[in-house]
Design a protein around this ligand. Structure first.
Ligand SMILES: Cc1cc2nc3c(=O)[nH]c(=O)nc-3n(C[C@H](O)[C@H](O)[C@H](O)COP(=O)(O)OP(=O)(O)OC[C@H]3O[C@@H](n4cnc5c(N)ncnc54)[C@H](O)[C@@H]3O)c2cc1C
Ligand SMILES: *[C@@H]1O[C@H](CO)[C@@H](O)[C@H](O)[C@H]1NC(C)=O
Ligand SMILES: *[C@@H]1O[C@H](CO)[C@@H](O)[C@H](O)[C@H]1NC(C)=O
Ligand code: FES
Length: 597
């Protein structure tokens, strides 16, 4: 009989992070929902989110908390097949690969996709929705998005039957946080020096911090952010605008305490001195570091036209922005400037809430540069069917207000559009202004160039996420900027590994998604400079896959209602195999499903 105690179960190690005396300091209500604690640094309130003891640890499940059952016959599954099986307290993903059975959590910890609909290849399963990858032998998360891994359950074969044994708790939880080190540095929360400083608590920064702890790093880590919140799910901001900050949190506050990851909120770094390994915050607070990660992301571009200072014109960057836009848009007229992903997601979301939604765009079709003319048109039609009005090939020349509040948007075409709220989604620039005099190399557009180990030109200083350009291995090491959520995770991880001298390199295949009117568009690869688009399926019905080619090669793929094709292509590209144009032109997709491809 298999002992349940041997199972990898809940691994949130709960430890005290800071000395007793730091606890119980005054609550700083002004800094918002996170109920952080005040720390008097330099006459200024600082918000270190680490100084509290956690309550009771998770009990280790006793054998009674386990379930075991025969789930199928060994011959029920072919090699390379997956199946969801019921285990009383929940489902399990059963995988047969190379004659061996594996049992894992069945739901992707990111947004809960059923992994049985994903892609099994090279010893891992890739999620059908946004491309996260899990090792079938361990359940470990190996590619992003998302932070957690899958539970791995015990399997035994007896009399040709497959038995799975799992703890009830794991079956219900459906996610596993990797084992992590805690902080044992005596200076945590006190001193003005840290071992690792991470500027930016977005996706790249958080994954860097978590990876360091997963790899056993137990010195002090400080993350800082302009936001008043702990790291949150930014892609949700434009897809579900009225989600409250607490619901967007990627990790609960207890998590940061448990692992001794200090988060400084509303803490803007204004100067970096790489010679003395020191940063200065806006309020004068100084912090020294041994290793530094620069992950400041980007800042949204704003309009520079006449009237730009009127009220009710927004970019979407924080939960506050998003929440305020919905509140103001209810029953009113909304103008969205820019028909890129952000603008289109916001427009789609607001159609049910606002009186009218209009989109203003310089190009002829939305998403044209990214998805091409035909796909762009098909999506535009979906928006028009949902009452969104487009003003294309024009731009805003003036924002007109009444008593300081927006009333009209005037276009270059001299058309006047009524507007109570305006959302601007016209792109972003790297938030690297504070690095200008620092000695950190920046390119002409302000991006931080890094090598494939995410190192900047200064030893010990790494950079990751939206603010960098890096060599894309499978596109001849071309230096590119890929501002995707998943990329930022992957780069944060590689940066952390290299801080620990593990010599990791960036290899992930870019993966992106967007969601509008309940439909998801998925995208993998890097399509910049595509010269042809091959479309299979039905564009009109919005059930299609589009392959973006350059010369003879497929460089990117997009799909709607065609899962898991994008994950399959991503897996093929990740395996290092090039996909030829003629392979996708025929409409015969057997090359994708064929074993070993
Ligand atoms: C509304 C919206 C929707 C999106 N939707 C999607 C999507 O559906 N799919 C997708 O793939 N991508 C999406 N993206 C892009 C995705 O969010 C980014 O690629 C990702 O967040 C980049 O991560 P990052 O860590 O580089 O930067 P960010 O997540 O932007 O984090 C940057 C951090 O740096 C901090 N910071 C900046 N400057 C300083 C400073 N001087 N001092 C201290 N801290 C500083 C910021 O406060 C922030 O904490 C979306 C972006 C937005 C804005
Ligand atoms: C999965 O994990 C095992 C054990 O750590 C490792 O040997 C193997 O290489 C991993 N597989 C993949 C596909 O990464
Ligand atoms: C706090 O920092 C400011 C700006 O660097 C400095 O002028 C001031 O003397 C410091 N105060 C204390 C108490 O250290
Ligand atoms: S739900 Fe699996 S990657 Fe998003």
């Amino acid at each position: 009989v298999l002992g349940c105690a041997a199972l990898p179960t809940v691994e949130l190690k709960i430890e005290v992070v800071l000395p007793e005396k730091e606890r119980g300091k005054e609550e700083l209500s002004a800094s918002g929902k996170g109920s952080p604690r005040a720390y008097q640094g330099n006459g200024t309130a600082r918000h270190f989110h680490t100084e509290e003891r956690l309550s009771t640890p998770h009990p280790y499940p006793s054998p009674q908390d386990c379930v075991e059952a025969a789930v199928c016959h060994v011959k029920d599954l072919e090699n390379g097949q997956m199946r969801e099986v019921e285990l009383g307290w929940g489902k399990v993903l059963l995988v047969k690969d190379n004659g061996e059975f594996h049992a894992l959590g069945h739901k992707c910890p990111h947004y809960g996709a059923p992994l049985v609909k994903g892609v099994l290849s090279r010893g891992r399963v890739r999620c059908p929705w946004h491309g996260a990858c899990f090792n079938i032998s361990t359940g470990d998360l190996e590619d992003f998005p998302g932070l957690d891994s899958l539970h791995k359950f015990q399997v035994k074969i007896e009399k040709e039957k497959v038995y799975v044994r799992a703890s009830k708790q794991a079956l219900q939880l459906q996610r596993r946080t990797k084992v992590m080190a805690k902080c044992i540095s005596p200076s945590a929360g006190y001193s003005s020096s840290t071992n690792v400083l991470i500027v930016g608590a977005g996706a790249a920064g958080l994954v860097c911090a978590e990876t360091l702890r997963q790899e056993g790093f137990s010195d002090r880590i400080v993350l800082c952010t302009l936001d008043r919140h702990l790291p949150y799910d930014r892609p949700k901001l434009s897809k579900s605008l009225d989600t409250q900050p607490e619901q967007l949190a990627l990790r609960p506050k207890e998590f940061f305490r448990a692992y001794g990851i200090e988060v400084l909120t509303e803490a803007q770094v204004v100067t970096l001195d790489v010679r003395n390994k020191k940063v200065v915050f806006k309020d004068g607070f100084k912090l020294e570091y041994s290793k530094l990660l620069l992950a400041p992301g980007s800042s949204p571009k704003t309009l520079s036209c006449k009237g730009k200072e009127v009220e009710n014109v927004f970019t979407i960057r924080t939960p506050e922005d998003a929440n305020r836009v919905v509140r103001l848009a209810r029953g009113r007229n909304v103008v969205v400037v820019g028909a890129g992903f952000l603008g289109m997601e916001v427009a789609a979301y607001l159609t049910e809430k606002a009186h009218s939604v209009s989109v203003v765009e310089l190009e002829e079709t939305p998403f044209r540069r990214f998805l091409g003319e035909r796909v762009g048109r098909a999506l535009m039609k979906m928006f028009e069917n949902n009452r969104v009005k487009f003003y294309m090939q024009t731009e805003v020349s003036e924002l007109r207000g009444q008593e300081g509040k927006l009333k009209e948007v005037v276009l270059k075409s001299s058309k006047v559009v009524r507007a109570d709220v305006c959302v601007v989604g016209i792109g972003a620039v790297p938030a690297t202004g504070f690095l200008r005099q620092s000695g950190i190399g920046l390119d002409s557009r302000g991006f931080i160039p890094v090598n494939k180990m995410m190192q900047t030109n200064v030893p010990g200083v790494f950079a990751a996420g939206d603010a960098v350009t890096f060599p894309l291995a499978w596109r001849n090491n071309r230096k590119v900027n890929i501002p995707h959520w998943q990329m930022a995770h992957a780069q944060g991880r590689v940066a952390a590994q290299n801080m620990l001298a593990q010599e990791a390199e960036m290899t992930t295949v870019p993966y992106l998604w967007t969601a509008m009117f309940g439909k998801s568009l998925r995208y993998a690869g890097y399509g910049e400079g595509f010269d042809d688009v091959i479309i299979q399926g039905d564009l009109e019905e919005l059930k299609f896959v589009a392959f973006y080619t350059k010369g003879d090669e497929v460089i990117a793929v997009a799909s709607m209602n065609y899962d898991p094709i994008v994950s399959k292509v991503a897996e093929v590209l990740a395996s290092g195999r090039a996909i030829r144009k003629r392979e996708v032109e025929t409409g015969d997709m057997s090359w994708l499903t064929g074993k070993g491809s």
